[in-house]
Design a protein around this ligand. Structure first.
Ligand SMILES: [Zn+2]
Length: 366
């Protein structure tokens, strides 16, 4: 697989599977970054290009709504159209950054199934015109419901998505904490058994979903959303290993048959991140740490140029501050700080220099 080559831009269908297999074979994972607008999307693509890493760009329903504009009156329509608009932005620009981008949506609980269904409808229309879906994959997080409902709904949506070359991410067990209103902080605690997925459930998901289409699995191994004080979180990546081995043994597959996703990557112990890569994790979500990176840099900019945020012209000496309060100045400070945080994420996940689109340009140059 080492000479596998992909075109730069959004990857879907078989190309997505090639990318994911390259991650698992190479023992690395891709950062999956939550975005809320062009500033964060462009910073993520810039970081991917800079690090020669492929990347996953994802939107929560709230991120999609914000992309459409917080002032749009119909919040359901805003959630759908904003998420579509963000994808169109990425389809237009990603190839010019020279890296592969997976387009994905984050947690959708039971109430948000209509949001995912509306997005699939947009992908169907996009597929009719272009031969590819708008999104590479969606997540359906029915981990708060019983597993029968979780898997039957997942199967129902995957039947619509598979013919378009789309993949479905599901969640078994509970990721602690909350991500954009989905989940809660109540379940955090090192001893909560809900935070650890059962291998038997992973096997059942494999048996019910893989005949229908491609799915990926957010399995819980003590991971939580957000950053909490040390001791509240106990990561146990060996849970992932047990699930992989059960599927492998039962169905006589190769190693690591499940394509695993690591939620709540922000603030996680680097050694545990590295260990999870051994067990078939190809995607690690990061949101809290990139949010903080953006905010911290903007905060510093405002602090260092505080007069320009109070006066257009200096009240004492008449200096004009237009160049300092230009929004591009502080938004750019935020973007650069996100890029720096993603340099670190690419290093932690081993994706630096591994872009499959890079191999193409290198081959052309040779
Ligand atoms: Zn998550």
């Amino acid at each position: 697989m080492s000479n596998t080559i992909l075109e730069a831009g959004v990857v879907t269908g078989d190309n997505y599977k090639i990318l994911l297999e390259a991650c698992k074979d190479g023992g690395y994972a891709l950062p999956a970054v939550n975005v809320v607008g062009t500033d964060s999307i462009n910073a993520v693509m810039e970081a991917a290009a800079k690090n020669k890493s492929d990347i996953i760009i994802q939107l929560s329903n709230g991120g999609g709504q914000f992309y459409a504009g917080a002032g749009m009156p119909d919040s359901f329509e805003a959630k759908v159209l904003g998420t579509v608009s963000a994808a169109q932005h990425v389809h237009l620009l990603a190839k010019h950054y020279g890296i592969c981008v997976v387009l994905h949506t984050d947690h959708a609980n039971k109430e948000l199934i209509p949001w995912v269904e509306a997005l699939i409808t947009h992908s169907e229309r996009h597929f009719e015109c272009t031969g590819v879906p708008l999104y590479s994959s969606h997540m359906l997080d029915l981990s708060a419901d019983d597993i029968d409902f979780n898997l039957s709904e997942s199967a129902r949506l995957l039947k619509r998505m598979a013919p378009l070359g789309m993949s479905l991410e599901i969640e078994l067990g509970v990721t602690g904490g909350e991500e954009d209103g989905v989940g809660s902080d109540d379940d955090i605690g090192a001893d909560n058994p809900l935070l650890y997925t059962q291998p038997e459930d992973c096997l059942r998901a494999y048996e019910e979903l893989s005949p229908i289409g491609h799915f990926t699995l957010a399995a819980s191994f003590g991971n939580v959303h957000g950053v909490y004080k040390p001791g509240n979180v106990k990561l146990r990546p060996e849970i992932l290993k047990a699930s992989q081995e059960l599927v492998q043994k039962t169905h006589n597959t190769g190693v690591n048959p499940l394509d695993l996703v690591f939620h709540g990557g922000s603030g996680s112990d680097k050694a545990k991140i590295e260990e999870s890569l051994l067990y078939g994790v190809f995607k690690m979500n990061i949101d809290t740490d990139t949010q903080f990176a953006f905010a911290k840099a903007v905060g510093e900019y405002v602090e260092n140029n505080s007069k320009a945020f109070k006066h257009q012209i200096d009240p004492d000496d008449g200096t004009p501050y237009k160049k300092l309060y230009d929004p591009r100045k502080f938004l750019r400070a935020g973007e650069l700080s996100v890029v720096a945080r993603l340099d670190e994420a690419c290093r932690d996940l081993g994706s630096t220099g591994k872009s499959l689109a890079l191999k193409k340009s290198e081959e052309l140059a040779a």
